[in-house]
Each structure stands twice: as structure tokens, then as C-alpha cells.
Design a protein around this ligand. Structure first.
Ligand SMILES: [Zn+2]
Length: 160
């Protein structure tokens, strides 16, 4: 374009281009400029599409990140609940085992005590029986008089 202007202002008559030649060159330059503009417009449009696509991608990534975070938090909360349940079950098992052990010990003590009392009652009964036998040998069963060791009662004559 600058070269064309210089040629048009040239001192030499024969160097100045004819009007149709100037028109041809200007037309060509205009077409080229138009093509450049179209390419620039297309690039702007493509950039705008690319920006929209990038915005959408970033929004999708942010949403995916948010969903993943929520899922992780929910899983952590579930894990906490499960842990608390497990601890409660373990505490309950320990309590039940302790109660059972205490009940068994109490039962063992009660049974041992009963056995001991039964043995003592037997011993007492045997002692009473022995005392009764000794009394029967010492006194006459018929008249109640004290015996002196003979085969018959000295008081009533009853056989011993
Ligand atoms: Zn007698």
C-alpha cells in the first residue's frame, strides 16, 4: 500500500501507475484485508467457544470435586457410626461376661455353703443319734432308772 502511494506521487510520468492498475491493486489489497478480517473473526469466535468450553469443564470439575468431598464425608460419618456401634457391642460383651462370671461365682459360693451346712446338719444328726444311743445304754428304757452295767435293770428287771 505504501509502495503504491509512493508510485502514484512519483515525479516521473511513466512511473505513475494507470487508474485501472491502481484499482486492481486496491481491490486485491481490500480482498486480502477482508480475508484477514474473516480469519480474525473466526479466531475470536473459536476463542469464545474455547472459553465457554473451559468454563464448563471447570464447573464440571468443581461439581465432581464437591460430590467426591460429600461422598468422602458421608463415608467417614458412616465409619464413625460403625466404630461407635462396635465399641458399644464390645462394652456390652464385656459387661455380660462380667455379670455371668459374678453370677457363676455367687452360685459356686451358695452351693459350697449349702454343702457345708448339709455336712454340718449330718454331723449334728449323727451326734444326736450317738447321744441317744449312749443315753439308751445308760438308762433303763422301761423304767428310766440309771443302769449300773448288768444284763438286767436292777430297778425293774427289764432285759437290756
Ligand atoms: Zn428298769
Amino acid at each position: 500500500m505504501k509502495q503504491l502511494i509512493q508510485l502514484c506521487w512519483s515525479q516521473e510520468q511513466r512511473e505513475r501507475p494507470a487508474a485501472d492498475r491502481v484499482a486492481f491493486i486496491l481491490t486485491r489489497l481490500s480482498d486480502k484485508n477482508l480475508q484477514t478480517q474473516v480469519v480474525a473473526d473466526r479466531k475470536l469466535t473459536e476463542d469464545a467457544y474455547a472459553r465457554v468450553a473451559l468454563d464448563q469443564k471447570q464447573a464440571q470439575e468443581a461439581e465432581a470435586g464437591r460430590v467426591a468431598q460429600e461422598k468422602k464425608q458421608a463415608q467417614e460419618a458412616e465409619a464413625w457410626v460403625a466404630l461407635e456401634q462396635k465399641e458399644a457391642q464390645e462394652a456390652e460383651a464385656v459387661r455380660a461376661a462380667l455379670e455371668q462370671k459374678q453370677a457363676q461365682e455367687a452360685e459356686a459360693v451358695r452351693a459350697a455353703l449349702e454343702k457345708k451346712q448339709a455336712r454340718e446338719a449330718d454331723a449334728m444328726s449323727a451326734l444326736e443319734k450317738q447321744q441317744a444311743q449312749e443315753a439308751a445304754r445308760s438308762f433303763c428304757t422301761a423304767c428310766g432308772a440309771k443302769l449300773s452295767g448288768g444284763k438286767v435293770c436292777a430297778s425293774c428287771g427289764e432285759k437290756i
